[in-house]
Design a protein around this ligand. Structure first.
Ligand code: HEC
Ligand code: HEC
Length: 370
């Protein structure tokens, strides 16, 4: 943290100097965006060719909420990644801008800057790569990338924005980089569990939540995949509690009569062991984003825990370790209440319409020249 503050200080001095010399701070570096990292998380990897800047984030946010960039003019990224629903969606399976049923449930994009791969099958390696995917005729937005670029070029409210953020007019790379930057700013922690584990506030969790935590790291073996990288629970130490191992596992969701409705990771790698395997989701803010699983087939956290308690959905490729847990009703409820304690308190306490604004502003310190 002190490193960041020093950087901020030096940087603000430089900006003041440049203003003094009447040099308009034009370059992206001149509005470098410094993320304040909450306890429980570390700095996300930011590509060297797409450093964060306030201008890029604001531009990415504008695009993220812009319904004009869809075939029906009724869809934006935020339709399916809805800030009032933990940046995920209420539907079990997405419907695109053309009204066609897609294949999967829309995951939250909170903390997505920490993901090693994107989408349930991990087929994208960066947020930049993923950001272009919604722009196809049959994709989420129902228009091609060229159409999106032409539209942006023709809308006067975008005049000059790409030029100041990237030094050139709108193009495919700028579109991808601005959307990626906005999403990288959506860092969310500040849960009561963080207060308990990282601030050492023993009173932050109730008895039932603590019992649920014990089951999560013990009898339930949830931690085997939903990793908490903390010295007390992970011998490798470190400080990132993302509740994912960034890997792919088959729990049998969508398995019926010898078939998987969706082959998941197998579709990408064609490896037998990946058949029906999906990416372990981050569990932060999970209480805000029902329904659950890649196909949205489980309605509540209670249903999810019951699913694990029964041993998932047995099939030839089920992950080792997914087996009946023999939890009683009280233990099931404790585990559910623990999952609820992973919600960002700032999201709960702020008015819903304010949430997306709040997350990016509380997590960032901008140039002091504002
Ligand atoms: C019609 C609904 C819909 C719209 C509109 C939409 N998405 Fe998505 N998004 C999804 C679904 C469904 C997935 C999961 C896809 C998969 O796993 O194959 C997804 C996955 C993602 C992911 C991966 C998250 C992760 O944790 O792996 C990101 C990032 C993302 N979308 C960003 C965007 C952006 C940026 C836009 C706007 C340009 C957008 N989405 C528009 C439904 C939508
Ligand atoms: C073998 C690895 C593994 C273990 C062990 C495991 N999970 Fe999962 N978890 C996953 C994967 C993979 C998914 C997504 C599966 C899918 O959609 O097909 C998932 C999904 C979830 C979801 C839904 C999240 C969402 O956004 O849809 C919750 C909640 C969850 N797990 C909680 C738990 C709990 C509680 C336990 C312990 C009882 C547990 N998990 C044990 C790998 C695991």
């Amino acid at each position: 943290m002190s490193k960041l503050i020093t950087k901020l200080f030096i940087y603000s001095r430089l900006t003041l100097v440049s203003i003094f010399l009447l040099v308009v701070p034009y370059y992206v570096e001149s509005n470098e965006y410094l993320i304040e990292i909450p306890v429980g998380l570390i700095e996300p990897d930011i590509p060297l060719n797409n450093k964060l800047s306030k201008l890029k984030i604001e531009l990415g946010k504008k695009i993220f909420f812009d319904k004009r960039l869809s075939s029906s003019s009724k869809f934006s990224c935020a339709t399916c990644h809805d800030p009032t629903h933990g940046f995920a969606e209420k539907r079990s399976i997405s419907i695109n801008s053309k009204g066609e049923l897609l294949e999967r449930n829309s995951p939250s994009v909170l903390n997505t800057g920490y993901q090693a791969t994107l989408s349930w099958d991990g087929r994208f390696k960066s947020l930049e790569e993923q950001a272009l995917n919604p722009f196809t005729k049959n994709g989420d937005m129902g228009i091609e990338i060229e159409d999106a670029i032409n539209k942006i070029d023709s809308f006067h409210d975008y005049d000059g924005l790409f030029e100041t953020a990237f030094g050139k007019k709108v193009d495919t790379l700028g579109l991808a980089q601005s959307l990626a930057s906005f999403q990288r700013s959506l860092i969310s922690a500040n849960s009561r569990f963080d207060d308990y584990l990282f601030n050492g506030n023993k009173k932050a969790l109730t008895k039932s939540e603590l019992d649920g935590y014990e089951i999560f790291i013990g009898k339930g073996s949830c931690i085997a995949c939903h990793d908490i990288f903390h010295p007390s629970v992970n011998s490798l130490g470190g400080g990132i509690a993302l509740f994912t191992d960034h890997r792919f596992h088959n729990l049998g969701v969508g398995y019926k009569n010898g078939k998987m409705t969706d082959t998941g990771r197998y579709w990408v790698t064609r490896k037998k062991e990946d058949w029906g395997a999906f990416k372990t989701p981050i569990l932060r803010n999970v209480a805000l984003t029902p329904p659950y699983m890649h196909d949205g087939s489980l309605e509540s956290l209670f249903d999810v825990v019951e699913f694990y308690n029964k041993g998932g959905n047995p099939n030839p490729n089920i992950a080792p370790g997914i087996r009946p847990l023999l939890l009683n009703e009280i233990e099931i409820n404790s585990l559910v209440s623990f999952l609820r304690a992973l919600t960002d308190e700032n999201l709960i306490n702020s008015s819903i319409s304010e949430q997306h604004r709040l997350i990016s502003s509380i997590n960032a310190r901008n140039s002091l020249t504002e």
